[in-house]
Design a protein around this ligand. Structure first.
Ligand code: B3K
Ligand code: ZN
Length: 879
């Protein structure tokens, strides 16, 4: 356990590795009481290293060293030094073979990093620094080696033995044991190593690449999940085809494997040829998983698959470059999801996540650039900034270059850097070289943290028929960064005439009639754009399709917002206008019990509800009120209780006024004959369940009966859990608890459904108070060792149940602090993730912030705090 202050690692201190590994030969002997790992590394001095010294240093963590051999000779004490986190061999030749034998205890590994056990099977998680928990190794992504892996285990208990690449040898051993040997022909960094051993069933399929190669596809699951793999398999095949068609990328090995495990710290991992998934991110069937799960699975399966090129073939030089693979791959999976479903809804979902959670991160104590300059614990940097803002940065390059030049840029990037470990700058350079577009200033997006803010003013000159937009940009200070330079921002705009049509845009000095949408390139602190030939004062539609991850400040009035809601040709901005209108109305009633809810919002919602011709997927999104988290994000000093009650008032006013329209909408959206995850069907179920939820929220008895009937008769989980959630958030206490019991009885054998059952309760603003959440922790199905259970109870409470978590007596904060302290020893990564809701304590009004600060201090004062939690708590409390 660590006692001193963790070290900060700086990008500026990057040095190329002193030694390279050409080949690794691994032999795993797996037993119930532990595992012996034999690693034989063929190594040589790196010709590019500055020659900082003779000695060889290998990373290690929680290993018991058994022996070290150099070129076949056993090293004696004094010829090497076991420093715990390092194995040092003071003197080695220029090229040599090093053999290290270590003993590890996967069965006691609760951190779920390195080799560990999950429901009786052995599995691994090596990104970012888990390989060093398996054996001593230069565990850094710029050391790429070829791996050969032999796994030995009891044949009855572990019939399936998997690793990266192709299986090249197998056979029986004495004592009922067997072995399989795998060889991966592609050099890879150690973080992509994987091993699985267990009693699993295999679902097979195949895929023929555009060049005619047959790829064997396999999904491995526990027997009880055998019915749940079809959707992931179909998603995988769609992703493989899409990557060939859109990026020209074919799969390279002969086998592609996916394994589902129940205990996993995050969603999934892109290990070469052997992706390992959290069960909840890969397994689904309509009866037991919701539309949301189906969509999440499609995008995560695609994401991990796309990493084969953006991440594995071309990887990161060091962990500061994490967004090189994550930002690009999120961009790719989001393009894929848009192509598979509704592009507008996809964009709304991206922007919602960004504006609520990423903007919050960018404005808080953990704010960091897309390419951070320093970190203490890299696990803390798998953030929304690296992933989502990183994806937006790539999207902006796509917007600035256009699809053809972007594709030429990505081709050049893959071709130039195949088999290399590179930087975000190499990515931008490839884009620049392919397009001849200067991205010099654009690179600031990688270097400066903080969300740019655009203040837009306009004026209209009737006589000259000129409409002028003045745009000023500024970027707030963030920890360690002040006085930022202006960034290169693609700002897409349109102008609507009095009829609601797009005005063709022509800038002063241009001739001819222009496009309906213009991407203005902002590079200065202030720009003035003059549009000519504008016959009447237009309504501006700004930042169309959310063309950059920025805040826009323009004083639309409510009538203009309603006009945009019904006329803007840009679907995203139609939605955004509705959000702005709702925010405005919520603000107006906030703390003013006597102010009535603006009937214009009610009328606009009625128009949407009754409009059967409109895109129902967009309608379903437009009817959702902005979340409490988003309202908090918009506030200066957030008063959570006031925000919650203002939003509730507006929601209840809408539900009451629209009662008959909601009932009609519910009746209209009858379940489809067969379950499909098309945008139309998803929208229909979403509208139906939203109507039900709103009506139950105001205690409508007819709706209660409909919910009970739907709960009983539903043939898919979206409808069953939609009814359950509506009941749980209704005033009907008896029906609520009966439905919860019945649901548990029906599904208690399926851990994924039990997770949903937990989170519906823990996130309920009606019944999910702290006492209820504590009872869930005592429930037979709760398990402190399983990250999913912790996320669905504690995470759901602190992240989604804001009215109860932010109880002004501070009990919610102290509960979270106690949970973090408890988990810090067993699973520091999960403990650190749970800390996020407390970090922004300065954002909240004094009645809240004091309690949050105290909770953080109580975490800080725990003895032997992990590096993960230490970094977050200390940065959050820093002045
Ligand atoms: N690359 C992994 C994330 C690893 C997280 C390590 N703490 C999954 C992904 O982004 O695809
Ligand atoms: Zn990823």
């Amino acid at each position: 356990m660590r006692t001193s202050q963790p070290k900060t690692i700086y990008l500026s201190e990057y040095r190329v590795p002193d030694f390279l590994v050409d080949h690794v030969d691994l032999r795993f002997e797996l037993f119930e009481e532990g595992a012996r790992v034999h690693s034989t590394m063929t190594m040589r001095r790196n010709p590019e290293a500055s020659g900082s010294g003779e000695q060889l240093e290998l990373n290690g963590d929680s290993l018991t060293l058994e022996s070290v051999h150099l070129d076949g000779r056993a090293l004696q004490a004094g010829e090497y030094e076991d420093r715990g986190e390092w194995l040092v061999v003071p003197s080695v030749p220029d090229a040599f073979e090093l053999k290290v034998v270590t003993w590890i205890e996967p069965q006691n590994n609760t951190r779920l990093e390195g080799l560990y056990k999950s429901s009786g099977m052995f599995c691994t998680q090596c990104e970012a620094e888990g390989f060093r928990c398996i054996t001593y190794f230069p565990d850094r992504p710029d050391v790429m080696a070829r791996y050969r892996t032999r796994i030995e285990a009891d044949k009855a208990a572990y019939p399936i033995l998997l690793s990266n690449g192709n299986d090249v040898d197998r056979g029986d051993l004495d004592g009922g044991r067997h072995y399989v040997t795998w060889e991966d022909p592609f050099p890879k960094p150690s973080y992509l190593f994987a091993l699985v051993a267990g009693d699993l069933v295999e679902q097979r399929d195949s895929f023929t690449t555009l060049s005619g190669r047959d790829i064997d596809l396999r999904i491995y699951i526990e027997p009880r999940n055998a019915e749940k793999t079809d959707h992931a398999m179909d998603s995988l095949k769609r992703a493989m085809r899409w990557d060939e068609e859109v990026y020209g990328r074919e799969y390279d090995l002969d086998i592609f494997m996916i394994v589902a495990v129940d205990d996993f710290n995050m969603g999934a991992m892109e290990n070469k040829g052997l992706n390992i998934f959290n069960s909840s991110c890969v397994l689904a069937r309509p009866e037991s998983e919701t539309d949301m799960a189906f969509q999440r699975i499609e995008s995560i399966v695609a994401h991990e698959y796309f990493h084969n090129w953006s991440g594995n073939r071309v990887t990161c030089r060091d962990w500061f470059q994490l967004s090189l693979k994550e930002g690009f791959t999120v961009f790719r999976d989001s393009q894929f999801s848009a192509d598979m479903g509704s592009p507008t809804v996809n964009r709304i979902e991206n922007a919602t996540l960004l504006r609520t959670a990423q903007f919050a991160e960018d404005g808080g104590p953990m704010a960091h650039p897309v390419r951070p300059a320093s970190y203490m614990e890299i696990s803390n940097f798998y953030t929304l900034t690296i992933y989502e803002k990183g994806a937006e940065v790539v999207r902006m390059i796509h917007t600035l270059l256009g699809p053809e030049l972007f594709r030429q840029g990505s081709d050049l990037y893959f071709q130039r850097h195949d088999g290399e470990a590179v930087t975000t700058d190499d990515f931008v350079k490839a884009m620049e070289d392919a397009s001849a577009k200067d991205l010099g200033q654009f690179r600031l997006w990688y270097e400066q943290a903080g969300t740019p803010e655009l203040v837009v003013e306009d004026d209209y000159d009737k006589a000259e028929q000129v409409y002028r937009l003045t745009i000023r940009q500024s970027i707030p200070d963030t920890p360690g960064q002040t006085d930022k330079k202006p960034q290169h921002i693609p700002f897409a705009v349109g102008l609507l005439d009095t009829e609601g049509n797009d005005i063709p845009l022509t800038l002063a000095g241009e001739s001819g009639s222009g496009e309906p949408t213009r991407v203005l390139e902002l590079t200065e602190r202030e720009h003035v754009f003059e549009f000519t030939g504008v016959g009447s004062r237009p309504v501006p539609s700004l930042l169309r399709n959310f063309s950059a991850p920025v805040r826009v400040n323009y004083p639309w009035n409510r009538d203009q917002l309603m006009f945009l809601m019904s006329h803007d040709s840009d679907g995203f901005n139609r939605w955004d206008a509705g959000q702005r209108l709702a925010v405005d109305v919520i603000h107006e009633v906030s703390g003013h019990a006597e102010t009535e809810v603006d009937p214009r919002l009610i009328n606009a919602s009625r128009t949407l509800l009754d409009d059967r011709d409109a895109d129902q997927a967009l309608v379903a999104k437009m009817l959702q009120l902005p979340s409490e988290a988003y309202l908090i994000e918009l506030a200066e000093q957030a008063d959570v209780q006031t925000i919650h009650h203002a939003r509730e008032r507006v929601l209840k006013a809408l539900a009451t006024a629209l009662r008959d329209d909601l009932m009609a909408c519910y009746q209209r959206q009858q379940p489809a004959e067969s379950y499909q995850v098309t945008p139309e069907d998803v929208a229909s179920r979403s509208l139906r369940n939203m109507a039900l939820a709103w009506l139950l929220h105001i205690g409508d008895e007819e709706a209660r009966d409909l919910a009970l009937a739907q709960f009983q008769s539903a043939t898919n989980m979206t409808d069953q859990s939609g009814a359950l959630r509506a009941l749980v958030n209704s005033p009907f206490e008896e029906e609520r608890s009966r439905a919860l019991d019945a649901f548990y009885q029906q599904w208690h054998r399926d851990p994924q459904v039990v997770e949903q059952w937990f989170s519906i309760q823990a996130s309920s603003p009606v019944s999910g108070d702290l006492a209820a959440v504590r009872r869930l922790l005592e429930h037979e199905a709760f398990d402190w060792k399983n990250p999913n259970k912790i996320r669905h109870v504690v995470g759901a409470f602190a992240g989604q149940n804001l009215v109860h978590f932010h109880d002004q007596d501070g009990s919610g904060y102290q509960f979270l602090a106690d949970t973090i302290r408890r988990l810090d020893d067993s699973n520091p990564q999960i403990a650190a993730r749970l800390t996020a809701p407390l970090t922004r304590w300065r954002k909240f009004a004094h009645v809240y912030s004091e309690g949050m600060r105290k909770a953080l201090e109580s975490v800080r004062d725990k003895d032997g705090l992990s590096r993960d939690v230490y970094e977050i708590v200390h940065k959050s409390l820093a002045e």
